[in-house]
Design a protein around this ligand. Structure first.
Ligand code: CU
Length: 159
């Protein structure tokens, strides 16, 4: 029994680094900032906001459907859900959107806990502050199951 416990401990110690990699982008127990660093930027501080962008989440689309921001900007996204359905607002490139969409499809109803997105319940407004550090083609997507595939996605260009 003791050796079983010891091997379990060994396995969990081995698994720890890969778990940390798999959850890159999440805040760890100490709230370490580097865990929130994405290739295109990181959560921004309210004192650093250079622009507020209002976005409407509808059943089932975003308005506007496209946005352009500049490298170095810290944007406060103010997302208002004017629909009857709950929505989500997540920024990331097409690959990241696809990955998150798979996660959400596997766990419907899971609350958004990634630093690059917010849940926006019907009738509510949620905000996300983000500092963009690289140029690139990003998207903002909703991953309530079925919504992204139905076209609830906007194009976000960082120039
Ligand atoms: Cu949605």
């Amino acid at each position: 029994m003791q050796s079983f416990l010891r091997s379990m401990l060994f396995v969990s110690v081995l698994a720890a680094p890969s778990m940390a990699l798999a959850h890159q982008g999440h805040t760890d127990a100490t709230g370490a900032a580097q865990a929130e660093e994405f290739w295109f930027g990181h959560p921004g501080k309210s004192a650093a906001i250079t622009r507020t962008v209002k976005i409407e989440a509808r059943d089932i689309s975003f308005a506007p459907a496209a946005l352009t921001v500049k490298v170095g900007e810290t944007v406060r996204f103010e997302v208002t859900n004017t629909g009857r359905l709950d929505h989500e607002f997540m920024i990331g490139d097409a690959n990241e959107q696809g990955e998150h969409d798979k996660e959400m499809a596997a766990m419907p109803g899971m609350a958004m806990d990634d630093p690059n997105g917010v849940s926006v319940p019907a009738g509510k407004t949620a905000t996300l502050i983000w500092t963009f550090t690289k140029t690139g083609a990003l998207q903002y997507g909703c991953h309530v199951p079925g919504h992204y595939a139905a076209g609830m996605v906007g194009q976000l260009t960082v120039q």
